[in-house]
Design a protein around this ligand. Structure first.
Ligand SMILES: Nc1nc2c(ncn2[C@@H]2O[C@H](COP(=O)(O)OP(=O)(O)OP(=O)(O)O)[C@@H](O)[C@H]2O)c(=O)[nH]1
Length: 300
């Protein structure tokens, strides 16, 4: 878990450790330094405030006097900020349809491929739907991933109706007795109304043709874009009923704290993080492990 988060961890650990060793008493300056480091790590203003309030309360309750003694309490406060319910991964174990949305370039197709590989490795039968028919290469790219993951893919011609692709894919998933149907859908945000209509149409088809399937809609966000990822998530929430987040490229950023910000601000769990370009580089997002990894000083 530590692997892939090195950049974020390095910026966090050096900053946080210098506060704990650099202050001799717990005062306003001490809390301001912590605040600055959390915000620099892209944890976001709101989450940072909540974490700090929680920390201050813990310091009071436990009659803590020394800054070094605050480190564990800070880790605990961040973990509490990030707690996710047990049911977050229900779709992995049930007959389900997963719609994956996200703008071009964030790593949507790659994430669908990785998720297919992960589910296949867990013994699930997966069918992919290439419902991003807007871009010529998208289908071909997903086909490569289907091959890599060893799963079937249903596609359509460039410019085909994405809902028609989903219709065919639902039929295939039923016929092949698939456990999970993963749909790579379009993510054009410049025309919100069209995108909303497209997603509605896809949802109507699934409701009608596959009513007993559990439903999940994941938005893919590029973790290196920091607060922009948060803004993008908000826009997708306006057009779809988002149930989870895949945060990609976490290996390429020192601002992994964005995971905390997104989850706190939106109230939607980060379910996976991407930490590289290969099929194995998708991890289930475990907030406890994530926070431990951020604060770990272990060598890899
Ligand atoms: N380092 C790193 N690169 C990633 C990760 N996820 C995706 N990428 C890379 O990001 C680039 C874009 O990924 P795609 O999957 O093509 O992105 P997309 O959102 O599907 O975009 P389009 O295919 O253009 O619609 C590719 O070069 C991927 O290899 C990740 O977790 N870490």
């Amino acid at each position: 878990m530590v692997a892939g988060l090195t950049k974020t961890r390095d910026s966090f650990v050096s900053g946080i450790d210098s506060i704990f060793s650099g202050f001799s008493s717990i005062d306003d300056d001490f809390y301001e330094e912590i605040e600055e480091i959390l915000i620099m790590g892209d944890i976001g203003v709101r989450a940072t405030q909540e974490i700090l309030e929680n920390l201050q309360q813990k310091v009071k309750e436990n009659h803590i006097k020394q800054p070094e003694e605050c480190k564990e309490l800070l880790i605990q406060s961040i973990k509490e900020q990030m707690e996710v319910g047990e049911t977050a991964y229900r779709f992995e174990h049930e007959k389900s349809v997963v719609l994956v949305v996200g703008v071009n370039g964030v790593g949507k197709t790659t994430s669908v491929g990785k998720l297919a590989g992960k589910l296949k490795a867990q013994g699930r039968k997966v069918v992919l739907a290439a419902a991003d028919t807007f871009r010529a290469a998208a289908g071909a790219q997903l086909e490569e991933w289907a091959h890599r993951a060893g799963v079937d893919m249903i596609g359509g011609q460039e410019g085909a109706d994405p809902a028609a692709v989903v219709y065919d894919a639902v039929a295939a998933a039923k016929a092949r007795k698939a456990d999970v149907l993963l749909c790579d859908t379009a993510g054009r945000l410049h025309n919100k109304k069209n995108l909303m209509e497209e997603l509605k149409k896809i949802n109507r088809i699934i409701d009608k043709e596959y009513p007993d399937a559990f439903r999940e809609t994941l938005v893919v966000l590029d973790g290196t874009t920091g607060q922009n990822a948060l803004a993008q998530a908000k826009q997708f929430m306006e057009v779809a009923d988002i149930t989870g987040i895949i945060l990609t490229k976490m290996d390429g950023t020192a601002k992994g704290g964005i995971a905390v910000a997104i989850q706190s601000e939106l109230g939607i769990p980060v379910k996976y993080i991407g930490v590289g370009e290969t099929i194995d580089d998708l991890q289930k997002f475990d907030s406890e492990q994530f926070v431990d990894a951020l604060f770990s000083t272990r060598e890899e």
